[in-house]
Each structure stands twice: as structure tokens, then as C-alpha cells.
Design a protein around this ligand. Structure first.
Ligand SMILES: [Zn+2]
Length: 342
């Protein structure tokens, strides 16, 4: 299990988040990484490798040029307009959007965003490049050597679409890794999203494609963010019809029920004939996660890893969510331990 890590995660550290009617200190921040690293070290994972540096063109495979330019310039435009704090839009378009992004940065920010928990700071773009480098390094390592890799990274990415940010996510690192595997020769790549929340951005990016299969196990969107994606009848479109599977589950779901969805998703991945798999690894399915409602326990994550290993595929694990409690590190490490048979 080759692990990639960059200290530059600290460059993205918004100071506030709009959460259930209040401006609060964000659930997603650098403090999460301390918890993750502590848990990983407790489990014996200590070899954290710096990523290689990649050209911006590798990012553009899954994100639109207009969105990348927006991320690069948004904070400067926000400050030039005299606005306070980080970039946090107030107005959102009806979707699908019509016309070009507005000239005003507040309007442009809304154009490229779907939720008000996602903020761009002065150095967010530099952070995104560093974490994208980790995702590309993890994918390229598996392409060259087989086996498995893991990005010990934050923030998460699976809510970011080709041209929008959402749910703490600016760049979709899972999608970048999946595309990188394709670019290096894998004919068919599966994405298994086990984060508590539906991976709407990843789904959107690959929705019309038959070379990347997406499966997500998550809280029922009738009750949970991202609310407007993640239903069972979202199965892909055009060429991609049948290559998107959603497993929404009710509040309070315990591991026994969750695992039934996992086994069903793994069966589909095998039927698809994947050459490699990218796991969107969120551990906010944990029973004490502060923003989620599933009831998984720490030992369950060992079984999750072992069950994923039964696919027998080269695997890239991309860190997604998991919040607020010290166990996020132990739970993450347990998935990797279970996967490696440790
Ligand atoms: Zn999540």
C-alpha cells in the first residue's frame, strides 16, 4: 500500500461554514489531517510519500477550462471587488444554467457552485494542485506497479463536478485518478464511493460514459446532502446508460445492511469487467460522525477493506469525508489493513 501525502493540504483552510442556519467553524479543516495521521500511525502506516508534480493538463481531463480559470482567479477577483472573507456565493442559477458566467465575482461564484459550505481562500488553488498531484501519483503508481495506493489527503473531492464546487470539494480527485488509470491503459475503470454522502460530482463527470462505472452507497438524498442526486433511478445516460448505480440507504443503517449494498456494488463491478478500481474512501459512515447518520463501528472498516480486496483489482483509495472524532484515523487505517490482510 503506497501512501501519498502533501503538507500543502494546509493551504486550504476556510475559517467558516454555513451549517444549518449558523456560521460555524468548518467541519472540514486541517485538524482532520492530525486525526487521520494519528490513526494511520497507530495502525503502523508511517511511510508517507511526497507526490510527483504534474502538468495542469492532467487536471483538465475531468474539469472544464472555464472552471479551472475561475478557481485560479476567484479569490483575487473577490478581494478586488471589496468583498470580505473567502469566496462564498450568495446567488445560484436555475440549473441547467443559461449563458456565460456573470462578470461580477459573486455571480460567477454562484455559477460555479451548488452549496454554501464551500469556500475558496487565498491559497486554495495551490492546495488543489498539491492534492491533485497526490491523486495522479497514486493512480500512476498503480498503473505501473499494480497493487494498491492511498492518498492521505484533504479536503474531499467527490462533490465537485466538471464545472462546479460543492460540499467542501473544489477539485474531484477521485475522477482525476480514474481518468489517469484510463490514460495509462486501463480499458475499464470502476469507482466505488463508500463515503456517507452521494458522490454527485463523480457521477456527473462520468454519467454519459461506458468506460468508467460508478457505484455509490450513501445516505438517502431525501434526508441527506447533496439532496438532488443519488436516487436509484439515476443509471446513466446515452452511452453511459447502465454504468451508474446508486444505493441510497435510510438513516440509522448498520453495517450488516450497508454490506449488502457493498456486495451488490462489487458484483456489478465484476460484471462490468473492471481493470482497476478507485475507492472514494469516506469514513463518515461511522456511528459517531457529527454530520452523518449511519451506524458503522470501527471493526466494520476492517471487513469493508477485506470485502473490497475480494475484487482482486489494482486499487486506488482516495480519502474523502469523515469528521470530528479521533476514530476517523483508526477507521481509515482499518479499511487499508482489511484490504491488505493486515
Ligand atoms: Zn461525506
Amino acid at each position: 500500500m503506497k501512501i501519498f501525502y502533501s503538507d500543502d493540504h494546509k493551504l486550504h483552510a476556510p475559517k467558516q461554514e454555513l451549517h444549518r442556519g449558523q456560521m460555524i467553524s468548518p467541519h472540514e479543516g486541517a485538524h482532520r489531517m492530525e486525526l487521520l495521521i494519528n490513526g494511520m500511525k497507530r495502525a503502523g502506516f508511517t511511510d508517507f510519500n511526497a507526490p510527483d508534480t504534474y502538468d495542469l493538463a492532467r487536471l483538465l481531463g475531468v474539469h472544464s477550462p472555464a472552471y479551472i480559470e475561475f478557481l485560479q482567479t476567484a479569490y483575487g477577483r473577490w478581494k478586488a471587488a471589496g468583498y470580505a472573507g473567502g469566496v462564498l456565493p450568495m446567488s445560484y442559477p436555475h440549473r441547467p444554467r443559461r449563458g456565460a458566467p456573470p462578470k461580477d465575482i459573486d455571480g460567477a461564484a454562484g455559477y460555479f457552485c451548488t452549496s454554501s459550505d464551500t469556500v475558496i481562500t487565498q491559497t486554495s488553488w495551490e492546495c488543489m494542485q498539491a492534492i491533485a498531484n497526490c491523486a495522479l501519483s497514486a493512480a500512476d503508481h498503480v498503473s505501473a506497479a499494480g497493487g494498491a495506493s492511498f492518498t492521505l489527503t484533504r479536503p474531499p473531492g467527490h462533490h465537485a463536478g466538471a464545472d462546479y464546487m460543492a460540499g467542501y470539494c473544489l477539485i474531484n480527485f477521485t475522477a482525476i485518478a480514474a481518468q489517469a488509470l484510463r490514460d495509462k491503459g486501463a480499458q475499464r475503470v470502476a469507482i466505488l464511493d463508500v463515503d456517507f454522502h452521494h458522490g454527485n460530482g463523480t457521477q456527473d463527470i462520468f454519467y454519459g460514459r461506458d468506460d468508467v462505472f460508478f457505484a455509490s452507497i450513501h445516505g438517502d438524498p431525501n434526508y441527506q446532502f447533496p439532496y438532488f442526486w443519488g436516487h436509484r433511478d439515476e443509471t446513466g445516460e446515452g452511452l453511459g446508460e447502465g454504468y451508474n448505480m446508486n444505493y441510497p440507504l435510510p438513516p440509522g443503517t448498520p453495517y450488516e445492511k450497508w454490506k449488502e449494498a457493498l456486495l451488490a456494488a462489487c458484483q456489478h463491478i465484476q460484471k462490468f469487467g473492471a481493470d482497476a478500481v478507485v475507492v472514494s474512501l469516506g469514513v463518515d459512515t461511522y456511528e459517531h460522525d457529527p454530520i452523518s447518520t449511519f451506524k458503522l463501528k470501527t471493526p466494520d472498516y476492517l471487513d469493508m477493506g477485506a470485502s473490497t480486496a475480494k475484487l482482486g483489482l489494482p486499487s486506488v483509495f482516495i480519502m474523502e469525508g469523515g469528521y470530528g472524532v479521533a476514530e476517523i484515523g483508526d477507521n481509515t487505517a482499518n479499511v487499508l489493513l482489511g484490504f491488505t490482510g493486515g
